[in-house]
Design a protein around this ligand. Structure first.
Ligand code: SF4
Length: 403
């Protein structure tokens, strides 16, 4: 399709499934261009790994995450390793940075300027925003890794998947929900849904090539294909039809497709229509719905648009509709202003919900978010750690109790 001689590449991916899915897309495109992936032996530590990559590859892509400061610091750490790398040994590899850190600087909802990022990552040779195929092609051209740039749409690229039976498929990109602590609406921009035609085409092609399990991905799959005004009206518990529930029903009919998962799904627009759709036999028995807190004031400050009672009622309805279901969640402890009493409401909710899986995080302010700009990060780190360990203990005890 495009001109390139055989060159090697390696992608280092940080963060969530969205970055995993993007890395699959980037790898698919690179292999289409004639690049070959560098296979890594086992290393004792990251310094050894990065040094090996720099020595061997023509193209090194770092797909970054910015959900916490720690995640961003990992990328700056790679910058330091590049800096210290013996230039003689380096195979003139081009190092490109993508993912949420870049999205926060190049997107139209900026959290910081590209010049600031360039200053912090001097040893990188270029940047492209997450899922931006044309930005990647431009960076390859600028770094003499391909001769000419053609227009390619994301939907036309076949992703590279390392799993034999399973594949991630994006149904949408970005997010319009603006939970007050979250960087995603800035780093990945506004929500854009892929067309049903494109999604069905991709999945049918995957099934033809031997995949029988897919995970549909989006920051909020429930709002797939809804207009902004429709999204604003939809609330948990109401009976409006969701296009996403319709998509699940359609996928369920595809012969050869055996299991359908989806992530992320928010509680506030998990309507009755979706509760009904997940009863289909091919829909996974694991449903992940992030509750974040069990206290209504904190949920309001987080801009989550549901109450703890509504969430527990949703869990009850899902369990009634799909008795063998396992429910997983995400929780944040130590959100600004969270009192011990408010934290104990989260503990109570966790005891009642009996989650099979729980990812518990300590709040950390992210630059440019509403919480960081307007609320004081006033729960001391020691107290956050204490709440984290107590909630983890409660969750572990509760998960095996009878539902
Ligand atoms: S729904 Fe909320 S937490 Fe999830 S990506 Fe969007 S803003 Fe972030």
């Amino acid at each position: 399709m495009l001109s390139s001689i055989s060159k090697t590449y390696f992608i280092k991916t940080f963060g969530c499934y969205a970055n995993e899915a993007d890395s699959g897309l980037i790898a698919g495109l690179l292999e289409d261009l004639g690049f070959v992936e560098l296979k890594l032996p086992k290393f004792k530590n990251e310094v050894e790994e990065i040094n090996y990559v720099l020595k061997k590859v023509d193209l090194f892509i770092v797909n970054s995450c910015s959900v916490r400061q720690k995640s961003e610091d990992k990328v700056y750490g790679i910058g330091k390793i590049i800096n210290q790398f013996d230039r003689e040994k380096r195979k003139r590899s081009c190092v490109l940075l993508t993912g949420c850190i870049v999205g926060s600087a190049l997107g139209n909802r900026k959290r910081y300027q590209i010049e600031d990022l360039q200053r912090k990552t001097r040893n990188f040779n270029g940047y492209f925003a997450p899922s931006d195929v044309s930005g990647l092609l431009k960076a390859l051209k600028e770094n003499n890794l391909m001769k000419r740039v053609k227009k390619i749409s994301t939907g036309k690229v076949e992703r590279k998947k390392n799993d034999k039976n399973h594949a991630f498929v994006n149904v949408s990109f970005g997010c319009d929900n603006f939970c007050s602590y979250c960087v995603v609406p800035y780093s990945r921009g506004g929500e854009v849904s892929r067309s049903k035609k494109e999604i069905l085409q991709e999945i049918k092609c995957l099934v033809k090539n031997g995949k029988n399990e897919i995970t549909l991905c989006g920051q909020n799959v429930n709002s797939w294909s809804l207009s902004k005004s429709e999204k604003a009206k939809i609330r948990l518990g109401n009976s409006q039809k969701l296009p996403f529930a319709g998509l699940l029903r359609e996928l369920h009919k595809i012969e050869g497709l055996e299991k359908i998962d989806f992530i992320s799904s928010n509680p506030f627009d998990f309507t009755n229509d979706l509760v009904e759709a997940i009863t289909l036999s091919k829909i996974s028995n694991y449903i992940h719905i992030a509750v974040q807190s069990g206290n209504n004031e904190i949920l309001k400050a987080m801009n989550r648009r549901y109450t703890a009672e509504e969430f527990l009622d949703l869990v009850k309805r899902i369990r009634k509709a799909k008795p063998r279901v396992e429910i997983g969640t995400d929780l944040i402890v130590g959100f600004p202003g969270e009192t011990k009493k408010q934290f104990m409401d989260t503990v109570k909710l966790v005891r009642k919900a009996k989650f099979a899986v729980a990812f518990i995080a300590m709040y950390s302010p992210r630059k440019g978010t509403v919480a960081q700009m307007t609320l004081k990060d006033d729960v001391p780190l020691l107290e956050k750690k204490r709440r984290h360990s107590y909630l983890t203990k409660v969750w572990k005890q509760s998960k095996n109790e009878k539902k």
